[in-house]
Design a protein around this ligand. Sequence first.
Ligand SMILES: Cc1cc2nc3c(=O)[nH]c(=O)nc-3n(C[C@H](O)[C@H](O)[C@H](O)COP(=O)(O)OP(=O)(O)OC[C@H]3O[C@@H](n4cnc5c(N)ncnc54)[C@H](O)[C@@H]3O)c2cc1C
Length: 169
Amino acid sequence: MTTTPLSADVLVIGWGLAGLVAASEAISAGKRVILIDQEPRSNLGGQAWWSFGGLFFIDSPEQRRLGIKDSLDLATQDWFGNAGFDRAEDHWPRAWAEAYLQFAAGEKRAWLRERGVGFFPVVGWAERGGYGAIGPGNSVPRFHITWGTGPGIVAPFAEAVHRAEEAGT
Ligand SMILES: Cc1cc2nc3c(=O)[nH]c(=O)nc-3n(C[C@H](O)[C@H](O)[C@H](O)COP(=O)(O)OP(=O)(O)OC[C@H]3O[C@@H](n4cnc5c(N)ncnc54)[C@H](O)[C@@H]3O)c2cc1C
């Protein structure tokens, strides 16, 4: 057996959605990327390809159109009511949750729209608490279904990787 040495700036292991997004961001930053997976290429996108493509946004145009009153404060109350975050070792999970909530209330939707991702105009109510705003779970509907479901959320990132491969970068 012969082996061919490969070199790159970035090695991404796993071509699920996390790996595809990481690879496409590195490519757009001008990096040479090697992307590998234990599964055959037909599994590009991993679980996300099979998923419903439901995405968490806070105070989106889809929610407003349906009269759903949402805000970063309400979503923070929902998440923190669920998580607890009352121990010293909760520092980083809490910091991650705060950053993710800000992302979901801010640039997340626009960032995906820029990449051609669209959303079904009806917002679902997944992970609902059922106990009002101070109980666990989402106190309002926040489940935005990607147009094209799972394959629709994978597509822009898989296409960026394909384009880079064809260009030899
Ligand atoms: C049916 C279904 C519906 C879902 N619906 C939703 C939804 O509506 N909304 C939502 O937010 N989430 C949903 N999810 C969950 C969501 O799809 C996953 O959380 C997400 O896709 C995980 O992405 P990932 O890249 O982190 O991991 P994965 O998709 O699991 O990708 C990991 C990749 O790494 C590879 N790998 C692992 N170990 C190695 C190794 N040692 N060497 C090489 N490769 C390796 C695997 O083969 C795989 O391809 C759903 C999941 C399923 C299955």
